[in-house]
Design a protein around this ligand. Structure first.
Ligand SMILES: Nc1ncnc2c1ncn2[C@@H]1O[C@H](COP(=O)(O)OP(=O)(O)OP(=O)(O)O)[C@@H](O)[C@H]1O
Length: 793
């Protein structure tokens, strides 16, 4: 529990009152400035002491001279300057506050998390105030030591191409050869255009057709697990004799999934299969939908029912027409997630009810050709202890089906016991995993650069296919806030209504010729700065998380899947989208917030590189302890040499914020990649300042930013205790991290202002000073209470 006191201490960092601030200023005036010409050194020294010429400009811009009130243009410039000043203030306060001082004593001189102390900043590195290129202002975003990562950046030529490990194999094996009937096999090859079965299908389909054993299926993400268990069920139910199964025959298969989205997806696959045999009727029961209409559909009769555990248990208890006496198959998809979400008890209740009711009815032998006992099946791409626990509840002497791939050959591993062959699952061989170590205050701007880069690449590609990118955040609040950042009107994206559904919030890129953009360009030009760059043209942004209504969730996902008009679609989401979702052409997955477990990582990145397709994934980490996660965890699940790459955030920023020609020059080697030339840092700074200014002007959005920041910290505090050596909330630099939420306030001030939302400053709200021990306990309890549900879904 004492792990959490860091959180408390950080929020309650000593006040940066005027006294401490003036001390800071004294300290700063004593700062030794080295390098560069003496004139420049003197200028910087004066500005550090608050005596520089530019300080006057700064004062007037921040509102001392009121003569121009009411002039919107000047107001804009002022707001810019105010934001600029806020950045400096925030920086000075956060890096010079007492706790930073204390921390710096403990830290090595180039502390990777907290950056260098003011004394370490060399003149050549410090671009504060008006000392930047072209005498233009460059924000303190770039004052920290930029090469603080211990990980060696990969060279461009280190990449290796591997054969896909989850693709259907091109050989003589057919679906019919696996034992499936002709009608179904023909439907697969001719209508769905699946030429050959995948590895997992080659193992599971014959096993389910010819034996009556329970199965434990483990195979890589995107390897076709869903069809591997649906095909044999369908095959068996498609009986052509006089005992033909119709919707009145009863329910034969139940499929449980952890998320509503996955249930909907499996229901969709079932519907495509019924196109070759209309007599079979699938059904779906999920939370968030109208129970009454679900009841009506069940009453009409369904043969295969897919649903989420809570809603299914509800129907089993309250819907009389739901007859499970003839059930032959019980499938649990994404078993580990079902357990993690706390469905273990509900699942036990469901299996108890099924067992009881099938004992009363004596119909097991009524249908020739169907299994004579209920077959239970557990499916998971990864296998943790909790899956085994679930297995022990529902499986009876199961057969373990684990499909592993050895380059050049195919190796199927079929073990008789579930505990054997419990090898760690790895990422698809063809997936390229990048890791980028980004200082906390540069996170947002790096994400922006990255999305802009991907959008530019999609726009310049000849392919007609829509490229899709998924960005994972740790909590719903963070998704909401970042969605607003990238869609704020007039600066990149615009809100529009989805034409098809009329419900979904669909977001479209605004044109650079927009009036607002022109105004901004003029203002920026006057200050020697550039327009805040947009992420890219033809790019649409969606958001998905568990706090949205089910209608919105379903419509958003459909819109994201069916979006074929834009060149690039981006989905900002929580882990609600990480399990089992099969989204077309996801070329990139970005883990902006680190996963809560290594399994979550595998599932997130598994949305890309599916069934043999190429795919890329990028993981954002903070400098320092988080870097250890690469060697300890990431490397293990990405064993293919050369596929795991360390990328420099600076390169991402340059690619995202440089002019197109410069990026091209760097690509063809005309420009030194380490070159500081170009205006990328000014553009990046302008972009960030624009976000900050937007938050200063819009209090509702500012509150959202504060809420997102606190939820993010709370989510971070819930990382598994076994992974605290990488993700320790104590070690976060809250001041710098707040900046990547566009916030200018220090953590202490934040704590006060978010008290109502987060409960972090409950004590101070009551006007009493809370006992630090009690406060610490309350904080720890709060973090524990915040279940993964809140953050992930
Ligand atoms: N034999 C096949 N040939 C070509 N494509 C296939 C084949 N079987 C399945 N697919 C397609 O592969 C994609 C991935 O399948 P599926 O969603 O079942 O993967 P999965 O293994 O369950 O992945 P995850 O672990 O992420 O849930 C789907 O679009 C599916 O239509």
């Amino acid at each position: 529990m004492d792990e959490d006191d860091g959180l408390l201490l950080n929020f309650a960092s000593p006040d940066t009152t005027s006294t401490s601030y003036s001390n800071t200023r004294d300290k700063r005036s004593a700062t030794k400035v080295t390098g560069g010409k003496w004139k420049d050194r003197r200028k910087l020294q004066l500005s550090l002491q608050g005596r520089g010429r530019n300080q006057k400009k700064d004062k007037s811009a921040s509102g001392v001279n009121n003569s121009s009130i009411g002039n919107p243009r000047i107001d804009k410039i002022r707001a810019e300057a105010a934001a600029k000043k806020a950045l400096e203030g925030n920086d000075a306060k956060s890096s010079d506050s007492k706790d930073s001082k204390d921390e710096s004593k403990k830290r090595p001189s180039t502390d990777p998390i907290h950056g260098p102390t003011s004394k370490q900043i060399k003149f050549s590195e410090s671009k504060g105030e008006f000392g930047g290129k072209n005498n233009s202002y460059v924000s303190s975003l770039f004052t920290s030591n930029e090469s603080s990562s211990q990980l060696k950046v990969s060279k461009g030529d280190e990449q290796t191409t591997y054969l896909p490990s989850n693709a259907p194999m091109k050989d003589a094996t057919t679906f019919e050869g696996l034992g499936l009937n002709e009608k179904l096999s023909k439907h697969l090859t001719e209508t769905l255009r699946f030429k050959h079965p995948t590895k997992v299908q080659r193992t599971v389909v014959p096993a389910m057709i010819s034996t009556e054993r329970d199965l434990f299926i483990k195979a890589q993400t995107g390897s076709g697990k869903t069809l591997s268990f649906l095909l044999p069920i369908f095959h068996k139910l498609m009986m052509e004799d006089k005992n033909k199964i119709t919707r009145d025959s009863g329910l034969f298969a139940l499929i449980l999934t952890p998320t509503r989205e996955l249930a909907t997806q499996i229901y969709g696959v079932l519907e495509t299969l019924t196109r070759c045999h209309h007599q079979l009727v699938p059904g779906i029961v999920i939370g968030g939908e109208k129970k009454k209409s679900e009841k009506a559909r069940i009453r009409k009769g369904v043969n295969i029912l897919v649903g989420t555990p809570g809603r299914l248990a509800d129907h089993l208890e309250n819907t009389e027409s739901l007859n499970i006496s003839q059930l032959r198959w019980l499938i649990l998809d994404e078993g580990d997630k079902l357990v993690e979400l706390g469905f273990e008890e509900t699942i036990t209740k469901i299996t108890d009810m099924i067992t009881k009711r099938s004992e009363i009815m004596e119909s097991m032998h009524k249908w020739q050709g169907l299994p004579t006992r209920r077959i239970n099946l557990l499916c998971s791409a990864t296998m943790q202890n909790n899956v085994e626990k679930l297995g022990s509840i529902i499986l009876n002497n199961p057969e373990m089906v684990s499909v592993d791939y050895v380059p050049g050959t195919v190796a199927f591993e079929t073990n008789s016991s579930a505990s054997e062959g419990a090898k760690e699952m790895t990422a698809p061989d063809q997936l390229i995993q990048s890791v980028v170590v980004v200082p906390p205050k540069l996170r947002l701007v790096t994400l922006s650069a990255m999305l802009k880069k991907i959008s530019n690449e999609s726009n310049s590609s000849d392919s007609d296919e829509t490229t899709r990118t998924i960005v994972f955040f740790s909590c719903s609040d963070s998704v909401n806030f970042h969605f607003d950042v990238f869609t704020r009107n007039g600066h990149g994206f615009k809100k529009v209504k989805n034409e098809e559904t009329g419900k979904v919030e669909t977001i479209e890129v605004s044109s650079t010729n927009d009036d607002d953009e022109n105004d901004l360009q003029e203002e920026n030009d006057k200050q020697g700065q550039m327009t805040a760059p947009i992420i890219g043209e033809n790019t649409v942004l969606y958001k998905l998380h568990g706090s949205l209504s089910q209608q919105n969730r379903t419509a958003t996902l459909q819109a994201f899947i069916k979006d074929t008009k834009s060149k690039h679609s981006i989905l900002f989401c929580t882990d609600v989208a990480s399990r089992g979702l099969d989204l077309p052409n996801v070329s990139s997955v970005v883990e902006y917030d680190p996963p809560f477990t290594i399994d979550d990582h595998l599932h997130r990145i598994g949305r890309s590189a599916r069934v043999g397709r190429e795919g890329k994934a990028t993981l954002f980490l903070l400098p320092g302890n988080e870097e250890g996660y690469v060697d300890d965890k990431i490397q293990v699940v990405h064993p293919k040499k050369g596929n795991l790459r360390i990328v420099s955030y600076e390169t991402l920023l340059k690619d995202g914020f440089s002019a197109k020609e410069e990026v091209e020059e760097r690509k063809v080697g005309k420009k030194d990649p380490k070159s500081k030339e170009g205006k990328w840092d000014i553009h990046a700074t302008t972009w960030h300042l624009d976000v900050e200014r937007w938050l200063l002007e819009d209090s509702a959005e500012h509150d959202k930013a504060v809420q997102a920041f606190t939820s993010h910290i709370r989510a971070y505090a819930t990382h598994l205790s076994t992974e605290r050596n990488f993700f320790n909330v104590k070690l976060l630099h809250l001041g710098h991290l707040a900046k990547s939420f566009g916030l200018r306030e220090t953590p202490k001030k934040l704590g006060k202002s978010v008290g109502t939302n987060s409960g972090i400053q409950e004590g101070s709200r009551k006007g009493k000073k809370e006992d630090p021990r009690k406060k610490m306990l309350r904080m720890a309890k709060m973090a524990l209470k915040s279940t993964s549900n809140e953050f992930n879904y």
